[in-house]
Design a binder for this molecule. Structure first.
Ligand code: FES
Length: 125
């Protein structure tokens, strides 16, 4: 079964097709297209695994690109469980794949993690 991505970014009006920013992905330097959300930038750079299913361990990647499916969960700048499709890309971000289940105990013991998630949750929920 072919696994090549069907994702093809459209050129944005006024944006240079070659503009990139530097980030790190799983500790490795990576140049990604500027001006996109984190998920779109990683897909355009060839990243195909954003997290692993906590049930089967299968690789998962963005599906809806609009905040509904949660397949794009990543650790961004040390904060786990962030939806890559809802986070605007910034130069210098430290992004990591998310493996395993969400750690609710860590979030309960670290109010900063819970606050970061509440701020980006749709409608503040
Ligand atoms: S791709 Fe579906 S929530 Fe991000």
């Amino acid at each position: 079964m072919p696994t090549d991505s069907l994702f093809q970014p459209l050129a944005r009006a006024g944006a240079s097709a070659t503009a990139t920013v530097a980030i790190t992905f799983n500790g490795q330097p990576l140049q990604v297209p500027a001006g996109a959300n984190v998920a779109a930038a990683l897909l355009a750079a060839g990243v195909r695994r954003f997290r692993n299913s906590p049930v089967s361990g299968d690789a998962r990647a963005p599906y809806c690109m609009m905040g509904v499916c949660f397949e794009c969960l990543l650790e961004i700048d040390g904060v786990p469980n962030r939806q890559g499709c809802l986070v605007q890309l910034e130069a210098g971000m430290d992004i990591r794949t998310q493996d395993g289940m969400r750690d609710l105990l860590a979030e309960a013991n670290d109010p900063a993690l819970a606050l970061a998630e509440a701020v980006e949750a749709p409608h503040g929920l």
